[in-house]
Design a protein around this ligand. Sequence first.
Ligand SMILES: [Zn+2]
Length: 235
Amino acid sequence: MSLVMSLAKRLYELQQVDLEIQKKQEILDEISRQLGESEALVNTRAELLAQEKHLAEIEKQQRDVEWEIEDLRSTIAKVNEKLYGGKVKNPKELLSFDQEAGMFKTKLRQREDSLLDLMAQVEATQDRVESDSERLRKLEGEWQREQEALAQKQAEIEGELASLTQERQALTSEISSEALELYEGTRSKKGHAVVKVEQGRCQGCRLTLPMSEWQRARAGSLVRCSSCGRILYLG
Ligand SMILES: [Zn+2]
């Protein structure tokens, strides 16, 4: 096997390494896209925050109504004291206290209804907050595990990429700069720079090689396909 013949082989090997590097790079890109906050996590956290805020609001409303009820009850007790205490004897005054008591009692019933309504809302919202928290915890756990696996995979691929880069350096150090330029130039235009020749055909464009080209390649020259321009490797 001549020196130039082994050059085509080296270029072919370089291409194998470059393809492998490209594949690893794509995996790394995909991993970086997946690293970081997930949309589901962000949404669930925002939803939980909104529910907690709502809960705090209705709990405050509940306390306000409870205080109002307490006030109304003590007011009613005072009016009742006047009504039934025996100190007030004037029928007109008593009638007015009776009306007053009736008014406060109506208001009390309304507030008690509101309180029941608020208590039901608070309970439902507490349930919701609890289930959202549970969902968030689960998502965070899954996310954590996923991120760890991704980081591990990333480190693994980076290691593989480092040895491929070393392998590439070793290969290119044995290839002339002219041949490397030809390889890089063809690669940037065609994707695959080096193609095998099988049954007399260029595997890049499927054209049957002229006998003269095939013979030159066979003899060890670095030959490019006259049709697609790729570097031919007889294998
Ligand atoms: Zn070709």
